[in-house]
Design a protein around this ligand. Structure first.
Ligand code: SF4
Length: 334
């Protein structure tokens, strides 16, 4: 279980990344064009801690790029910049994201010395064909090896997966989720593929060599794998790319980019549960569904889409969504 904390992010876009994954344009994803330096790290921490209430557990996170693929001197420069803040307990731990093939025992030992607590691995898929077609440059075996090492060294492990990469299918996404669950991470992030300007994937799409992973397909894939993670007790800590001005302003040219993707998936999950309930139980022309107060809008769906679809399918004259004393994510027939 991960303790609640506030994260101060530092983006190290593309710094040191030896790879060229077809979907990646880290500068546009992170919205950051200037690679981080010791000075920017210090500045970001100072600004960050001034905005966070005292007494909060604060973690500094190096996101973007592949941290452990950066030359060691540069890694240490960035980590050293955080040390004074760790010593005076303005911040409490560090977090970084990297590639599965950029980790070994020596690296993990060095990171332990810097109070790194959490390591995120870009897994993306556990299907080698998908990894190959996406230009990832590593295999599923690399992920298994790295995830085991991270756990052996007692770091918190977060695995990031993607849906809708070249060669991916719903079955392969489900298989990826199952193999990720077997690695017992402390959390998962799911990023449905977005087509970003100035990437090889964008060229493939424009040349007709890649079929876009639409928002509705992404919602469908995610609604299939979320219950698997829930059942395994693994929190999904992020669903979909963080909206940025650059992405919303045109850099995301296609694919599963939606500022509220997580909400769409939750809405779909509630729809599926309601549908199953109505199928299995006798009902009249008017149906009342009970959900947790915070689920009312997701149950209703965008522009009442869930209500209208259920009314149509079950020939209902009316459907009411009502607040009930029920756990979030559950649905009852009242
Ligand atoms: S490894 Fe990460 S930073 Fe490097 S190209 Fe791939 S997605 Fe981008």
């Amino acid at each position: 279980m991960i303790a609640r904390r506030s994260i101060i992010p530092v983006f190290v876009p593309h710094l040191g990344c030896p790879n060229n994954c077809v979907f990646c344009n880290q500068r546009k994803i992170s919205g950051s064009l200037v690679p981080a330096t010791a000075e920017t790290v210090k500045q970001i921490i100072s600004e960050g801690i001034s905005l966070i209430p005292k007494g909060t557990n604060i973690q500094l996170a190096f996101y973007g790029g592949s941290f452990t693929a950066i030359p060691v001197e540069k890694q240490n420069e960035l980590l050293d910049a955080a040390l004074p803040f760790l010593r005076d307990e303005s911040i409490h731990s560090l977090r970084l994201s990297t590639r599965p093939d950029a980790l070994d025992k020596d690296t993990l030992e060095r990171l332990k010395g810097y109070k790194v607590q959490t390591i995120e691995l870009g897994t993306q898929s556990m299907c080698d064909e998908v990894l190959l077609e996406s230009g990832r440059g590593h295999t599923a075996l690399d992920t298994e090896r790295a995830a085991k090492l991270v756990k052996d060294f007692n770091f918190e492990l977060i695995l990031q997966m993607m849906t809708g990469l070249p060669g991916d299918t719903k079955e392969r996404t489900i298989e990826t989720a199952k193999r990720i669950i077997d690695l017992n991470p402390d959390g998962v992030r799911i990023y449905p593929t977005v087509i970003i300007e100035d990437t090889p994937l964008c060229d493939m799409w424009r040349e007709g060599k890649y079929k876009e992973h639409t928002v509705s397909e992404a919602v469908d894939y995610c609604a299939c794998v979320l219950p698997l993670f829930e059942k395994a007790g693994i929190p999904v800590i992020r669903l979909g790319l963080n909206p940025t001005e650059e992405l919303s302003g045109g850099a995301a040219v296609g694919g599963a980019y939606h500022p509220a993707l997580g909400e769409l998936v939750r809405s779909r999950q509630l729809y599926d549960k309601a549908r199953e309930l109505i199928c299995k139980n006798p009902h009249g022309k008017v149906v009342t569904l009970g959900v947790n107060r915070s689920d009312i809008s997701a149950m209703t769906g965008q522009h009442r889409a869930n209500i209208e679809a259920l009314c149509r399918e079950f020939s209902l004259s009316k459907m009411i969504v009502s607040e009930a004393d029920i756990q979030r994510g559950k649905v009852a027939l009242l």
